[in-house]
Ligand binder design. Sequence first.
Ligand SMILES: Cc1cc2nc3c(=O)[nH]c(=O)nc-3n(C[C@H](O)[C@H](O)[C@H](O)COP(=O)(O)OP(=O)(O)OC[C@H]3O[C@@H](n4cnc5c(N)ncnc54)[C@H](O)[C@@H]3O)c2cc1C
Length: 406
Amino acid sequence: MLADRVVVLGGGFAALETAFQLTAMVDPNRLHLTVVSDRDHFLYRPGLVGLPFGAAEAPLHVPLSMALDRWNITRRLACVENVDTERRIVHTNRVMPIHYDHLVIATGAQAHPHGVPGLAEHAAQISSPGQLHRLGERFQWVAHNAGHGRPQHVLFVVPPGTVWPGPAYEIALMFDTWLRRRTVRHQVRITFATAERAFGEQLGAGLHRILADEFATRGITGETDLPVTEIAEVHTCFDDGSKLHHDLVVALPPHAAALWHDGLPADDRGFLTCRPDRSLVGRDDVFAPGDAGDFPVKQSFLAVTQARAVAAAVAARITGRPVDTGFEPTALCVLDTVDKGILVEAPLTAEGLVRVDHDRVLSGPAWRAAKYALARYVPMRYRHGKPALPRAGHGLLTAARHFLER
Ligand SMILES: Cc1cc2nc3c(=O)[nH]c(=O)nc-3n(C[C@H](O)[C@H](O)[C@H](O)COP(=O)(O)OP(=O)(O)OC[C@H]3O[C@@H](n4cnc5c(N)ncnc54)[C@H](O)[C@@H]3O)c2cc1C
């Protein structure tokens, strides 16, 4: 019997989780798996928020060779250019096209800073490792100036169109704790302005309440429903006509799909239109787990739960067995504030809306420890060619929550 050719595009959470779940679900003789990524390493993005405050970057990277070679997964280091779904071929910047029977597009989202005039030129951005290292240098200057008696104003902005504003909240709260430990907080005014109608709106009212409390307790001015319209060198303009002067502006850039596909169904930002099982509308043989798809909440935990459902759907098509795992959307993440962690667990509808009164928010130092345990656990699993999630359930973080609640 010929093996089915499964081609996975990307090298992030959704791609690796799909690949490792599939190797666990399908007899190796029936599967020829290829992973195509434009980078030779996996990056654990949730760990990036520690970089401005001196955390090491190296543990966040996992070489794909180490992860994939354990299973004889064919690895292609190439940039995907387009997909011909009629002929079932992937074209890359390398000469040889890649043929598939089942295609998984897990190329994620990409920052589009030019969506806000002046953001690319004047704001410190929160996206890539390099940007977060540079942000750390800018924070050092703020602390230096504050230490020499020069009052500073640091403005955090979340414009419309950002996919997950969590890192901006984390960095603002971490920055506050970091300044306090340097005894210069009194010289630094911090403002947080978001286009969202509530803080952390995507994850429900509980998160808004706890973030509003944190801002009030820490003396951070928080503004909701305030879309930024332009960022200049020393001031930022907002939709309501107001203007704020700043010494440093820190911004999450708006995001769009990393790869735009002609002829595939997608929304106006290029995110692929999926059915609940993350297969593409009108294409039973193409799937889009993670940030590449149109699920409106974009987080690593959702990317891996979608990937597990995609692997189950592809395995069912190969083996003829029924699908045993679907995508049950639950957002789960921990925000780090340096002095503690804030756990958010929000069951979502198929449309990505929080199920009212089902969201849970817990905070305390143990949650920070859980976040760092996870930051070790997930890269370690991928380094060993293993999926982050078990075949069913939500694994380590949920187990930790049950334990700590007791
Ligand atoms: C600073 C920051 C902090 C975050 N913190 C958290 C957090 O605390 N908790 C949380 O849940 N989420 C967090 N997120 C969001 C989370 O990282 C994403 O939701 C997650 O990475 C999505 O996984 P993915 O596999 O879909 O996409 P990605 O992780 O972005 O992976 C996409 C992959 O595709 C590859 N690729 C892209 N284009 C091409 C191409 N043309 N050809 C070949 N390969 C290509 C990329 O190199 C990459 O390997 C954070 C994001 C950022 C930026």
